[in-house]
Design a protein around this ligand. Sequence first.
Ligand code: 2P0
Length: 325
Amino acid sequence: MSSSTARALANLALVKYFGKRDVTLNLPAAGSLSLTLEPLSTTTAVTFDTSLEWDCIQLDGEDAPTGFAERVIRFLDLVRTTVDTQCFARVTTQNSFPTAAGLASSAAGFAALAVAATTALGQQLTPRQLSVLARQGSGSACRSISGGISVWQAGKRADGEDSFATAIAGPDWWDLRVVIGITDAGPKSIGSTAAMEQTRRTSPFYGQWIETVNRDLVAAGEAVKSKRFEQLGAIAEHNALAMHAAALAARPAIVLWNGATVEALKRIQQLRADGIPAYFTCDAGPQPKALCLPADEDDVALTLADVPGVQSTIRCRIGGAPTLV
Ligand code: 2P0
């Protein structure tokens, strides 16, 4: 028997991954840039045990739903192939936040699983190898491997070996805050992969969206290096709205927001008009997220909490790479 437990953090893309050049390997059509979010964590324990006759997957204390378990087993198969073992595993995974509600649970989950599974099997992978591996579980997971402020380069190779994330800044480079409003803690109406593919195939704005990402990625990287907050925030808000515009124009339309999401966007814009630099972003689910500076975090959290339909708020700061527990 060999075991390992790892804790990894979710991440929030300010320049978003929304479109794949290869669905099987999760190769993105463009790069992305993210903040790693402390305290949104997943802790995963993996035990390879020769007495097991199949993989046993638990999520948040219960047998995992079939779809989730199948993804984990596919990932374990990938890890087993690389070390040439057929030993089954017991996987228990615990999220500190709502699963699959557009809070990047798959990013934290596959980053923790990649670290725990390879460590349990005695593999010592480089951060780049771990990032490539985690990406194959869920694209955005590669950014949770590098931690801090990370950039995932799309890469060009068909085998994806050049498609991995690196940290352009550590967790202490810049004290930024993210406040998340929870408007619906239930599962998403459409999975990320399906939403991306439908947008790629049918949205007339998809090509322009990818061009926007390429431009935003360069500008956001410069804003991080020079710590220009208003520049970074403006890029992030525009990038999120462009992503949702492309999705809205798909056929059938992909509407990821609810009324509270839209109201939150307007309140954040009003805050800005009132002199508080805060910027809206939103992923493939209905939870509004606001990027702000530490001094404004209380005001921003109060503003989001005041939006009808926002059930609770979560405050995050920038966190690091996965750790072994
Ligand atoms: C992101 N999202 O960059 C974007 C923004 C959602 C919107 O990464 O299919 O769960 O497993 O590679 O990583 C969510 O996509 O998708 C995501 P798969 P994943 O954070």
